[in-house]
Design a protein around this ligand. Structure first.
Ligand code: AP5
Length: 217
């Protein structure tokens, strides 16, 4: 079955954490525009250099850049059975572009799940987040620590703090979410595709709610 699922929610709602689990359960890939942009930066590509300052400031990269990244992925065989969109779309412009690029392939979004997390929890999660620069797996110093402090469980590499996880940048990302991305809640509700999930609680509990909302239990 072609499952094209969007995970919506503020920065730090747990989209990346849950998208990985959902992708494994459904056997379809996670498409994270944030991860793609960080990979471009790590590779030192022209695209990476172009977006670095925007990302570090907590602002949104332009629609045409992220739409091109997604268009490229949707042209690949690995997405033939579906995909979990994590952090995309983030503006109404991106949502419209996604609808059009899917329609051109005879496909459409099947669900948009809002992971509801209050702003105070967003700040707590992002400020304690640490990330493996190799596999992009995320941890939290208190809430989801690695087995050995400061080291990735899988790669054994030293964890880093994302530049946009500093306090003033977290607020900028939250502002961008409320201004540019929150209107997508109405966009998908009007299409009858919106499902809401409480994103607060243990990761296993949140995953259970997410899977239930998608009928994937
Ligand atoms: P991106 O990487 O997408 O960042 P984001 O949306 O801000 O989302 P995050 O990765 O911060 O959070 P998340 O919801 O994935 O939470 P996570 O699972 O990590 O984008 C980064 C930047 O790239 C943007 O600011 C922008 O510049 C650019 N960009 C990307 N896409 C774009 C687009 N479409 N358009 C324009 N620009 C774009 O969890 C967070 C923390 O909480 C972790 O530490 C985790 O361990 C912990 N945690 C997770 N679940 C729980 C739980 N249930 N309880 C307690 N802690 C938890």
């Amino acid at each position: 079955m072609d499952q094209l699922v969007i995970l919506l929610g503020p920065p730090g709602a747990g989209k990346g954490t849950q998208a990985k689990r959902l992708a494994a359960k459904l056997g379809i890939p996670q498409l994270s525009t944030g991860d793609m942009l960080r990979e471009a930066r790590a590779a030192g590509s022209d695209l990476g250099k172009q977006v670095a300052a925007i990302m570090d400031a907590g602002k949104l990269v332009s629609d045409d850049i992220v739409v091109a990244l997604i268009d490229d992925k949707m042209g690949r065989d690995v997405t033939r059975d579906g995909a979990i969109f994590d952090g995309f779309p983030r503006t109404e412009g991106q949502a419209g572009s996604l609808d059009r690029l899917l329609a051109a392939r005879g496909r459409k979004v099947t669900a948009a799940v809002l992971m509801d997390v209050p702003d105070a929890e967003v700040v707590r999660r992002n400020s304690g987040r640490r990330m493996c620069p190799i596999c992009q797996r995320t941890y939290h110093v208190d809430l989801a620590p690695p087995k050995t402090a400061g080291v990735c469980d899988v790669e054994g590499h030293e964890l880093i703090q994302r530049p946009d996880d500093r306090p003033e940048k977290i607020q900028a990302r939250l502002d961008a979410y409320h201004r540019d991305t929150a209107p997508l809640i109405g966009y998908y509700a009007r299409k009858g595709l919106l499902r809401r999930v409480d994103g607060v609680g243990a990761q296993d509990d949140v995953f259970g709610r997410l899977a239930a909302a998608l009928g994937a239990t």
